[in-house]
Design a protein around this ligand. Structure first.
Ligand code: MG
Length: 387
């Protein structure tokens, strides 16, 4: 007897991860069904996705964008909802099997929170949810018996490798980093990097924000914090290794010295599919590694001097409290300023460092206090830019 399809909600379906998730659902041979899709302002892509997948609901969180879109081609039976408030109701529906949290940035926290509060399994692509509110989010998941499954490729790799042993047998995890487009740049060369150069990622095709974060290695800093919460690790159990080919997606070192790695071609559809089909594996949609061809894998230690964001990641993972919210918000503001031509590449990480240094640290913040720290850090970052 064919199993019933799993109903999927995709929050942020028009972004890079969202579009890949739509491909995974389309390629699932009926195993997965889009129950709802949400987008902020990219209503044209959302409409095309709705025509293809025929979800029960689509949600547009930007009401102005919704008002400007011609919805006459929306298939009958697809319910259009407007405003972020609709998310909590939709994810809580008893029909929903899993929620993919794929909104970019701190805006994704709301959806992650709503899904976990409804006791739903969350396939988490929005690493900011854990960077900002790791302690509260993991507590919320425990309180509601909700699972958080990683979609981030490194964390999916760790999640898969962890299945080779028990939690108390883990010595440490090692996150791989491609090193980004400036891996071999000297300090002097890093001084004059342009937006176009920073948007040229050597191995992964991603959205603009995360591509810049990969160039500064701030993305790896965020992933250190994400790993700390996702796998309940001490920060000293998290290492980073530069691996330019992006074939090994991360590694787990066990107490006996065995290291288990997960490998594949770099394609986000694989970790998305694994999260959506877990605990099973399904026929892959992704190109396989070619073992008939010579292949070379390089690993080198990261340079904490040229890429000081890594140090910030370890410090914030250790500090907890409001530090993650401040790091993330300051970085979001800095990246936006860089993309807008108002900030030099070399100043992104120093800006984040300064904002972190000046913030009024609270070790046990509430959600409201985290959101307040986020707002404060954005204002501070803007002040830094205009100073
Ligand atoms: Mg990643």
């Amino acid at each position: 007897m064919p199993e019933r399809p799993k109903n999927v909600v995709v929050l942020g379906s028009t972004g890079s991860i969202g579009r890949s998730t739509v491909e995974v659902i389309s390629g699932s041979c009926g195993g997965l069904r889009a129950y709802a899709l949400s987008a902020h302002g990219n209503t044209q892509v959302l409409l095309e996705q709705a025509k293809k997948l025929r979800p029960r609901h689509i949600i547009v969180t930007d009401s102005r964008a919704a008002a400007h879109q011609d919805w006459s081609e929306l298939p009958p039976g697809v319910n259009l909802l407007i405003g972020a408030e609709a998310i909590a109701d939709v994810v809580a529906s008893p029909e929903v099997g899993i929620v993919v949290s794929a909104v970019v940035g701190s805006a994704g926290l709301h959806g992650t929170w709503a899904a976990l509060a409804a006791g739903k399994t969350v396939a988490l692509a929005n690493k900011e949810s854990l960077v900002i509110g790791g302690a509260l989010i993991t507590q919320l998941a425990r309180n509601h018996g909700a699972a958080i499954l990683p979609v981030d490729s490194e964390h999916s790799a760790v999640f898969q490798a962890l299945q080779a042993g028990r939690a108390d047998e883990v010595h440490r995890v090692i996150l791989t980093a491609s090193g980004g487009p400036f891996r071999t740049f000297s300090r002097e060369q890093l001084e004059s990097v342009t937006v176009a150069e920073a948007l040229e990622h050597p191995t992964w095709d991603m959205g603009r924000k995360i591509t810049i974060d990969s160039a500064t290695l701030m993305n790896k800093a965020l992933e250190i914090i994400e790993a700390r919460w996702l796998f309940d690790l001490r920060p000293d159990q998290i290492g980073v290794v530069i691996h330019p080919q992006s074939i090994v997606h991360s590694l787990v070192e066990f107490i006996d010295g065995s290291v288990i790695a997960q490998m594949s071609v770099p394609d986000m559809k694989l970790p998305i599919q694994y999260a959506l089909s877990w605990p099973e594996r399904k026929q892959g949609l992704v190109q396989r590694l070619n073992w008939e061809q010579a292949m070379r894998l390089d690993f080198e230690p990261p340079d904490f001097e040229r890429f000081s964001a890594l140090r910030l990641g370890l410090e914030v993972a250790e500090a907890g409290g409001t530090a993650g919210a401040v790091l993330n918000a300051a970085n979001e503001a800095a990246v936006e300023a860089f993309l807008g031509g108002a900030l030099a590449f070399r100043d992104i990480v120093p800006l984040v460092h300064d904002v972190l240094k000046h913030h009024d640290f609270d070790p046990n913040p509430t959600l409201d206090q985290l959101l307040a720290a986020d707002r404060w850090a954005r204002q501070e970052a803007l002040r830094w830019v205009s100073a």
